[in-house]
Design a protein around this ligand. Sequence first.
Ligand code: GTP
Ligand code: SPV
Ligand code: MN
Length: 603
Amino acid sequence: MIYISRAKFKNPSVNAFIKQAQELFLPDQVYICDGSSEEDRWLKNKLVACGQLTPLNPKTFSDCFWTRSNPNDVARVEKFTVICSKDPGDAGPTNIHKDPTEMKKILGTLSAGGMKGRTMFVIPYCMGPIASKYSQVGVMVTDSEYVVINMNIMARVGQAVLDKLGASSDFVRGLHSVLDCNPERRWIAHFPEEDLIWSVGSGYGGNALLGKKCHALRIGSTRARRQGWMAEHMLIIKVKRPDGRAMYGTAAFPSACGKTNMAMLIPPAAYRQAGWEVTTIGDDIAWLNMGSDGRLYAINPEAGFFGVMSGTSEKTNPNFMHAVHRSSVLTNTAFNPDTREPWWEGMTDHDVYPPGLIDWRGNTYEIKKDENGKIIPAAHPNARGTVPAENCPSIDPQWDDPNGVPIDFILFGGRRTSGAPLVVQGRTWNEGVWLGATMSSEQTAAAEGKVGSLRFDPMAMLPFCGYHICDYFQHWLDMGKRLGDKAPKIFRINSFRKRGNSFLWPGFGENIRVLEWVFKRCMNEIDATESELGYMPRTTDINTEDLKLQPGVMEEMLNLDPDMLWDEMRQVDAQLLKFVSKLPAGLKEVHEQIKEHVAARVA
Ligand code: GTP
Ligand code: SPV
Ligand code: MN
């Protein structure tokens, strides 16, 4: 056995963990990462040499690489993502629970000798700025060089982390092996009582970059509840107004519903010229702690973005487009061998497939249609770019402030083609919690003009809450009580309402117009009308100048159709019924009140 440690540390708990992992996986080599750029370079060269990474055109994509994952391994797998708490009741109705002892037996058998002939990399990482008291250290082992180079972008990695940890045993342990990348031997298992993650059989995204969803959200949320803070699936932004005032806010939208885009929002020209500015603190995860002044402070636990490439263009998200051209890793996009550049659907206005294009599976692309007549894309729809946060032109100077930024507003939102209004504000914290707890999102195939079958995704945390969802709701209510009148204001927004096949709201940069109203509400500068769901703008309260909206569009986006609302209430009822044995009284009370108001309107 060869043991290489570039990092220097004296920590018996880390050593014990490495020894345990080594005895389990039986690698030929153990390599402890120091996170240096030389080490990163060496690993990338190694992957280029074996054909796993393709260097991109250095003139246009400097120090960037293209790679493809196993075609059976392209996204998070919720079916095999499990919470192994001792008591099944602690995982609750929204998680798949496995008995910890049994799961360890299964994983132990699968993992035994799984790294024979390979190197086991040990990655000491820190979620959050090294200097922040809110940050957390993790130590993960992996047999994937791809995971190491991605973790180097997504988290703070290496010597500085070990220095921060010192001799402490307080770190999240992560065991990861791709094994033979077999979907039938794939588990993403969490042991919240031991701060342990054990992931096998996948090498992609949230399944494998253990700092992200596994640590920062699933394990993180259980720690947050115990310790009185919040771990959320939220972007973090700063919004600056022409009068120089600034606000910080967070927004929770389900996966692929616009967080990265809003995090990097560029206001339209007239707004920019007037002095509006949005800067980015985070695009996917927020850790929220109560500061000594009683306000809620957010840090971004990540150091990079793992953003969806499909649909990303100079038009929709110029900031991310710019950021991805330097020191990034592109996974499962297509590749243009002529220009040596990556390619994906929606990169330009109209998809013009370059000749000789290599698709995400590594084959020469041919335009083919599926059984519904839809073009089979060349880039995988979940193709992602791993990008250092500091690449982003809109990155806020305070994005890595150890104290975090004080939060004024929280947005919830999903993809709703009908029914859900452009924006509504909870009258109280608890009503805001209800807006988040009952939020839902539609699949794009939802029937036009009808309330489709809604997929509920409370606070966009359905796949990420590591404990009983009702305890999570209660934790939200408790946080509100502690924050009192210093609590952020809560809103629910929807940029995806449609008429026929087209979106009613232009979204993207134009969402600044909604943020403008949110800003005014937080500053107590504008009153609102009251609806069954909460405070809403009058149709003239949202600035639509230069938008050329069709007549009646704002009315439509702010209209709550009573029948649709009632239908939604019944679906919310059915949803909450699943949690009935443990639904917090505070939430139930709000729900009954809102339902009563809706019922009165329908009657
Ligand atoms: P995860 O990284 O999976 O958590 O996703 P995300 O929430 O960061 O979503 P992202 O910003 O990557 O957006 C996903 C898709 O929604 C992309 O195809 C975007 O082009 C599209 N999208 C984002 N914002 C808007 C919007 O305001 N309006 C419309 N119509 N589409 C949007
Ligand atoms: C999400 O699915 O919400 C993501 C991508 O941000 S992953 O890192 O794979 O979870
Ligand atoms: Mn996400």
